[in-house]
Design a protein around this ligand. Structure first.
Ligand code: OAD
Length: 264
């Protein structure tokens, strides 16, 4: 008789399968599934994250100069041109298997009568391109507004030159949330509600360093009625202590494995 020896990789494969099965079970049992995504979910589509070593935008550019009201007032042209450069980089990028799997998860939840909410910190439109309709708590880089009167600016804004608001002559800027600014109120209220109602909360591709978004997990965990199950997908596990299951994997690889077995 031959006994098959179990190798370390067999063992870790089994552990990964067990973790997937547990998460699938929790999703099947949930009434509300809430997902928070960050820049990491778009990384496999070729959009740089903010804080990854070497490739992260804030490793190479100064956030306070480019993503704050003070920075814009000090050098509006530099800031405008930096966002034009980022828009060009983003505009032809396509959703990856991670975005697609989240849209499938939404459809699965709807078919099972579960509530599903996707909250994204991302200012790109890759979730939308994939069919989802995320709550965008940090705005949308493809849109513009007046920095003074906040009126949306919907005319052509492809120029590298600064644009003045037709209403008040203020400067037009991208519709993203800068450091020190409040999140859009309606979007934040919806995100807060979805976090506090969640039975399963998934945190995907975020370093969980930027508040208040990073506080949504704890908000979900503080729900008193029954425990929320928190799943994190990030090749670099964060220091979030509320996580029940961590997958140290890329979202585009892990999410299809998690979702396909639910829907098939
Ligand atoms: P970060 O750049 O801080 O974090 C991205 C996370 O994604 C890191 O923890 C990576 O380890 C992880 N990651 C990288 N590749 C991944 C992959 N393929 N799959 C899964 N995870 C991966 O980005 P955010 O947490 O989104 O604000 O940053 C939060 C906010 O800070 C952003 O919304 C942005 C920034 O300033 C605005 O744009 C307004």
């Amino acid at each position: 008789m031959e006994t098959k020896k179990m190798s370390i990789s067999d063992n870790s494969n089994q552990m990964a399968k067990d973790k997937l099965a547990l998460c699938q079970q929790k999703i099947r049992q949930a009434k509300q599934v809430t997902v928070l995504t960050g820049a990491g979910i778009s990384a496999e589509s070729g959009i740089p994250t903010f804080r990854d070593k070497q490739t992260g935008l804030w490793e190479n550019f100064r956030a306070e100069e480019l993503a704050s009201q003070q920075g814009f007032l000090a050098n509006p042209k530099l800031v405008w041109q930096w966002y034009q450069m980022r828009r060009q980089l983003i505009q032809d990028k396509q959703p990856n298997a991670g975005h697609d799997a989240l849209f499938q998860l939404e459809q699965y939840c709807q078919s099972q009568g579960k509530a599903f909410t996707l909250i994204s910190q991302n200012v790109d439109e890759l979730h939308e391109k994939s069919g989802s309709n995320p709550i965008k708590i940090h705005g949308n880089i493809m849109k513009n507004q007046c920095n003074s009167c906040l009126t949306p600016y919907t005319q052509d804004a492809s120029s590298n030159e600064l644009i003045s608001c037709p209403k008040c002559d203020g400067l037009v800027r991208p519709s993203v949330v800068w450091f020190g600014e409040n999140l859009p109120e309606e979007a934040w209220n919806q995100a807060y509600e979805a976090a506090s109602q969640a039975d399963v909360f998934m945190s995907i591709g975020t370093s969980s360093q930027v508040y208040p978004a990073a506080g949504l997990i704890d908000m979900a965990k503080s729900r008193k009625k029954h425990a929320v199950f928190v799943i994190e997908i990030n090749p670099n596990p964060t220091e979030q202590t509320s996580v029940d299951v961590q997958f140290p994997n890329q979202a585009g690889k892990l999410l299809p494995m998690l979702i396909n077995q639910l829907t098939n």
